[in-house]
Design a protein around this ligand. Structure first.
Ligand SMILES: Cc1ncc(COP(=O)(O)O)c(C=O)c1O
Length: 438
């Protein structure tokens, strides 16, 4: 049986790893080294010219611990290659900068993580890269209307954070390819490849904040970019100068001419120009923690989604709740897309609006005990936060409204504890809201 025939549970334990040839270590060691000794001057030169893709040179470019995590995530996402970076924010930044230059344009869903909105709207604008945000994420006409001649990427999340919009990946990919002639990048952080593999549905590139479910234990910031090797940067070479211009340090022809046949043009360019140039390399310690998390990904996600479904149904029935955002609920406007793209479960982020409004909602957040009040998702522990005053506080009122984030919205990331204990904890929150009514 070959690696490509292994099931998900086998891949998450074994893909990319082998016993260490030098000492037999079975778990992947943490290679705490910045650099690697070359056998000869010729070998060193071959490594820098990218003639030898196996030899490591410097840990800003690649590291043996991180490579195991990269190969494992590429296998789980059905990608051709992956590049690990220091954070999810770095993954989004580098995935886009590998395609864009000053004067280019991006079309993005506005139902994405607040930090991504900030990156596109503020930081990229400072670099001369404009973004048009699409509000009805699954309306192909909106994506078409937003496209300009200088558009070079579409960007969206498979499940939007925090309001659970499920992306119709096939429809948006079709507009990206046939109308805009650009790749579709999907942030698959909330779903994980266990719930959906965007590359199987037409996306070209996947990014993750591995900080969340992939690492899974709230211990390590990290990110990864996965290349589907599906987008043809050779069809219109003049639109993609970065893939067709010779890079003086790496040889006489561009990345597309050299590496497209290996399915590595996008990933290798990202590693050896963008990551090399901007520098957000992952720590091998964090890659080790990521590998530990990946080994139990499906087991954890099964419990996360079962608990999230129960929590969402409990909230949906609760008289003190006016609205629940969870695509696994039959009443969700995204239920049909969730059934199509997420048959194993609709993720573990559940957001809801309290009838009592924001002022009393604060008491709810402070009263719960099992749910930790902090700014993260995708931990084995259950988490709670009020986005409008914290993780999304950088957004204007208009941007919050556009992103579906009401002033009283509370976001839960449902963990893997006993679900009855979680429901009892939420009930404690509701009691605090009513007890303190003056
Ligand atoms: C969907 C999504 N993408 C990207 C990020 C950024 O990841 P990181 O915090 O690892 O930089 C986050 C962080 O919350 C996120 O929720």
């Amino acid at each position: 049986m070959t690696t490509s025939e292994w099931g998900f549970d086998t891949l998450q334990v074994h893909a990319g790893a082998a016993p260490d040839p030098a000492n037999g270590a079975r778990a992947t060691p943490i290679f705490a080294t910045t650099s690697y000794v070359f056998d000869s001057v010729d070998q060193a030169a071959a490594s820098f010219r990218l003639d030898d893709l196996e030899q490591h040179a410097y840990s800003r470019l690649s590291n043996p611990t991180s490579v195991v995590a990269e190969q494992r995530i590429a296998a789980l996402e059905h990608g051709s290659a992956a590049v690990a970076v220091s954070s999810g924010q770095a993954a989004t930044t580098l995935a886009l900068l590998n395609l864009l230059r000053s004067g280019d344009h991006v079309v993005a869903s506005d139902r994405v993580y607040g930090g991504t909105v900030l990156l596109l709207r503020e930081r990229f604008a400072e670099l001369g890269i404009d973004t048009t945000f699409v509000s009805d994420v699954n309306d192909p006409a909106e994506w078409r209307r937003a496209t300009r001649p200088n558009t070079r990427a579409f960007f969206a999340e498979s499940i939007g954070n925090p309001t659970g919009v499920v992306l119709d990946i096939e429809t948006v990919a079709q507009v990206a390819h046939e109308h805009a002639r650009v790749p579709l990048i999907v942030d698959n952080t909330l779903a994980t490849p266990y719930l959906v593999r965007p590359l199987d549905h037409g996306a070209d590139i996947v990014v993750h904040s591995t900080t969340k479910f992939l690492s899974g234990h709230g211990t390590a910031i990290g990110g990864v970019v996965v290349d589907g090797a599906s987008f043809d940067f050779g069809a219109e070479p003049r639109r993609w100068p970065g893939f067709h211009t010779a890079d003086p340090s790496h040889g006489e022809v561009g990345y597309w001419e050299r590496f497209a046949k290996l399915g590595l043009a996008y990933a290798l360019r990202l590693r050896t120009t963008v990551l090399r140039g901007y520098g957000p390399a992952p720590s091998p310690f964090n890659s080790f923690l990521l590998l530990q998390g990946l080994e139990t990904l499906s087991l954890r996600v099964r419990q996360h989604v079962a608990n999230a479904q129960a929590v969402a149904e409990f909230l949906d029935r609760h008289p003190q709740v006016t609205q629940v955002h969870y695509p696994g609920l039959d009443t969700s406007p995204h239920a049909a897309l969730a059934r199509r793209y997420l048959p194993r479960g609709a993720g573990a982020v559940v957001s809801f609006e309290l009838a009592a409004g924001l002022a009393r909602g604060r008491r709810f957040v402070e009263a719960v005990r099992l749910f930790s009040h902090l700014a993260n998702i995708g931990d084995v522990r259950s988490l709670i936060i009020h986005p409008a005053s914290t993780v999304s506080a950088n957004l204007t009122e208009e941007q919050l409204r556009a992103g579906g984030i009401g002033p009283g919205l509370i976001r839960l990331s449902v963990g893997i504890e006993d679900v009855d204990d979680l429901l009892a904890d939420l009930e404690r929150g509701f009691e605090a809201v009513t007890t303190h009514v003056s």
